[in-house]
Write a protein that binds this ligand. Structure first.
Ligand SMILES: [Zn+2]
Length: 426
């Protein structure tokens, strides 16, 4: 990630100077996240800020509980410097996900480390929305209290949902695979959590996953990335010039409802032959299993069910391999159109597609090379996500934590927190 720096000039108003300082605090935080722990001198050399400025910025970040001082960095010329790093205890962000067959909650610290994670198999498609949200809120409350006991405050939470989401209002308009009508998920989650003192964001599950794919590549972040995430539904996250493409009203990326087979099956959205009717998990299970097979049982953890499918494919089970081949063919079909349109540097297969990786990657690479109009598939390479079913919750947590990286002064000084706690108890 490119870091831009601004030096404090001699002129300009106090407001300008405060804005510059806030920007530089953000530069130091982001630099540590992208590049890892290092000395103040190294941060100065790498960001172009002067050493005195960096020392003063770091002092403020330490006072806000965002940065900690670690051991001494040796090697190189000159005096050894103390290494600074993002704090791992004071603050966490919460990522939550409602999906078909499971709910999930994760707490992540400023370093991007997972501090707690709970995924619960739940037949969400056959439950009332309010019951699903109640389960999610209960799980989130458990994680948040666990965090409070270790001295960590939640600074924000994102709930990822597989549907059409208006992020600005927190309303989910249509989640066809959950069978949900329009629901103000943001408002209901806030009520169920007892109106907590942090922001709650609602996002589409594939968008949240794409944020994780982007942020977690650190300094290696590609500018143009296309994420295809496979579950019962198929979602897409489009990243262009380093930013997630959300479209005019935030509804971009509904790749699963791209029509690919006019003679196909009816989709949950009501149309015929949408891509997800051919490549969604439902299609694979329909082809690879018969009714009563434990792999179809929504009460069994999805990871275990997919592990069983992987085991069958590895042992050469013909029915499983034929099913994967059929799904892989349709995967190539849709991906070719998308690569023609977006010309991504990297096409990431996420969700259950990543589990199929060993069997579909070669077919996909060959299919793209043969069918994409541009030479060599426009330079697009295929990668498998390594985030598993944690992608959306990790991306959600990254999204919720972003406000602190954008403006570190959004969190109070530790002194202020201590004083108000003292005031509250006296
Ligand atoms: Zn559809």
């Amino acid at each position: 990630m490119a870091t831009r720096t601004t030096s404090l000039g001699g002129s300009g108003s106090t407001a300008d100077q405060l804005a510059v300082r806030r920007h530089n605090l953000a530069v130091v935080m982001t630099h540590l996240r992208t590049n890892g722990p290092r000395s103040r001198a190294r941060v100065a050399a790498e960001t172009g800020l002067n050493k005195g400025t960096v020392s003063s910025l770091v002092a403020e970040l330490v006072a806000r509980g965002l940065v900690t001082e670690g051991e001494t960095e040796r090697g190189g010329m000159g005096r050894p410097g103390q290494v600074i790093d993002l704090d791992r205890v004071n603050y966490v962000a919460i990522g939550a996900e409602i999906n078909i067959d499971y709910i999930s909650v994760l707490a992540m610290n400023l370093r991007g480390e997972t501090v707690a994670e709970k995924r619960i198999p739940l037949d969400t498609a056959h439950m009332a929305p309010d019951d699903v949200i109640r389960h999610l809120a209960r799980t989130a409350k458990t994680v948040i209290s666990q965090m409070e006991r270790r001295g960590s405050s939640a600074i924000g939470m994102t709930v990822a949902v597989p549907g059409i989401v208006d992020s600005s209002s927190g309303v989910v308009f249509d989640a066809v695979n959950l069978g949900w009508p329009q629901i103000p998920v943001g408002e209901v989650v806030r009520q169920r959590l007892g109106d907590p003192p942090f922001p709650i964001y609602i996002d589409n599950e594939a968008n949240a996953s794409a944020i994780a794919e982007l942020v977690e590549r650190g300094a290696e972040q590609p500018e143009d990335l296309l994420l295809l995430t496979g579950g019962v539904g198929v979602g897409g996250g489009i990243v262009a010039r380093g930013e997630l493409v959300r479209g005019a009203r935030g509804f971009a990326g509904e790749l699963g409802h791209m029509q690919v087979n006019l003679n196909g099956r009816r989709c949950g959205c009501g149309r015929i032959g949408c891509w997800e009717t051919e490549v969604g998990l439902g299609a694979l299970l329909r082809l690879a299993t018969t009714s009563g097979d434990l792999v179809r049982d929504p009460t069994v953890d999805l990871v275990d069910r997919l592990e069983e499918l992987r085991r069958r494919a590895e042992s050469g089970n013909k029915k499983t391999l034929r099913a994967i081949e059929a799904v892989g063919g349709w995967l190539v079909e849709g991906a070719t159109s998308l690569v023609n349109i977006f010309n991504p540097q990297v096409l990431v297969l996420g969700g259950y597609f990543a589990v199929l990786g060993p069997w579909v990657t070669t077919a996909l690479e060959e299919g793209l090379a043969a069918q994409v109009h541009a030479p060599e598939a426009g330079g697009c390479r295929v990668e498998l996500s390594t985030l598993g079913f944690s992608a959306a919750v990790r991306g959600g947590a990254h999204h919720a934590i972003r406000s602190v990286f954008d403006d570190p002064t959004a969190v109070p000084l530790l002194e202020t927190i201590a004083a108000s706690a003292k005031g509250a108890t006296s």
